[in-house]
Ligand binder design. Structure first.
Ligand code: TRP
Length: 338
């Protein structure tokens, strides 16, 4: 983790594909709430990026943007400290993407392991140019505010590496405009879904921040634990149990106790799940309450996003002006005065 510095800029964000879940909380939201006190933070809601593999769901994006802002606010991301904005509302990012697309070869873009995996798992046989090249667009997301740090999960590292290459190439070819952004890798282990697979909305194995208490309980009770622990008295193996991973992620103190009781056969899975559901609900209660409060102010989300747009756009126009000046293509520069 870098030293605290209010002048340093952080950018990270999400695709608005649906409500955020506990995996998002553990892996990134929790850290963001802390980072916003130490850095100038921008959080991008990457709506264009959704189109890469979900073009048929474009009509759902608007609703999902709303959901994501509510999720952000309810966990404590504070629009008075951080800037939340929607990617497509800053058209200058797309302009930057056009310029960046000239700084990277097609062969380089095709070599991205995360994109390869996403193409495979999406089932799309003939991925669009936009799909294959979205990491270049993500480089524009990051460099448009001249970010110094990008908090991400491991799967995003190839994109940050490409972003760094693009920044270096630009600075070397023209003039130093961009910092070379560093990833901040999430320290917490990835939280599995309740079935042990990767947590995702489509697999139905996720607990959402907005789930009501009954839903949380139902989902936890269905979770897969150690398949060899059949009776209460059987000795369990916490190290392969999904429920135990939730204890570790959310209630590390309690996890120690659970580990012993499970291994010694004193704690059965049903009771163990019941206790976890109760604790998760206690954890989620204030988040749900905050969400409810914000839901009652429907204009608020629009206002937050409008403020975020205005602030981000000022910064990005400055970046684009510097970029074009460095390249000597600033001939219509009056377009970019604020
Ligand atoms: N690709 C990221 C994801 O799927 C979302 C994202 C878009 C992002 N632009 C970004 C993350 C810029 C960090 C920085 O989660």
């Amino acid at each position: 983790m870098p030293n605290s510095n209010k002048n340093k800029i952080i950018l990270t964000g999400d695709r608005p594909t649906g409500p955020l879940h506990l995996g998002h909380y553990v892996g990134s939201l929790k850290a963001r709430v802390e980072l916003q006190d130490k850095y100038e933070c921008y959080f991008i809601i990457a709506d264009y990026q959704v189109l890469t593999d979900q073009l048929n769901k474009s009509k759902e994006i608007e609703k999902n943007i709303r959901e994501i802002v509510l999720d952000y606010l309810s966990v404590g991301i504070d629009p008075n400290k951080s800037t939340i904005f929607v990617q497509s509302q800053i058209p200058e990012i797309a302009e930057l993407y056009v310029i960046f697309s000239m700084l990277v070869t097609f062969a380089r873009v095709k070599r991205n392991p995360t994109v390869k995996e996403e193409i495979r798992s999406s089932g799309i046989k003939k991925p669009s140019l936009g799909f294959i090249s979205y990491p270049v667009s993500q480089a524009a997301d990051i460099l448009c505010v001249r970010a110094n740090f990008v908090p991400v999960g491991k799967d995003q590292l190839p994109h940050i590496e490409l972003t760094r290459e693009i920044a270096r190439t630009f600075n070397r070819t023209f003039k130093k405009v961009f910092p070379i952004p560093e990833p901040i890798l999430s320290k917490t282990p990835v939280l599995p879904g309740l079935d042990g697979q990767k947590m995702s909305k489509s697999r139905g194995n996720a607990i959402f921040l907005k789930d009501d208490p009954k839903t949380v309980e139902k989902k936890v009770m269905r979770a897969i634990t150690d398949p060899k622990k059949i009776h209460l008295g059987d000795s369990g193996r916490p190290e392969i149990c999904n429920i135990y991973k939730y204890y570790q992620a959310f209630f590390p103190e309690k996890a120690k106790e659970v580990k012993e009781l499970c291994q010694s056969g004193k704690l059965g899975c049903v009771e163990c799940k019941k206790q976890l559901a109760k604790m998760l609900n206690e954890f989620l209660d204030p988040i749900r309450q905050k969400r409810k409060d914000f839901e009652q102010k429907p204009k608020l989300i629009k206002e937050i996003l409008e403020e975020g747009r205005a602030k981000t756009q000022r910064k990005v126009r400055e970046t684009l002006k510097m970029t074009k000046e460095a390249m000597g293509i600033e001939y219509m520069i009056s377009n970019y005065s604020n």
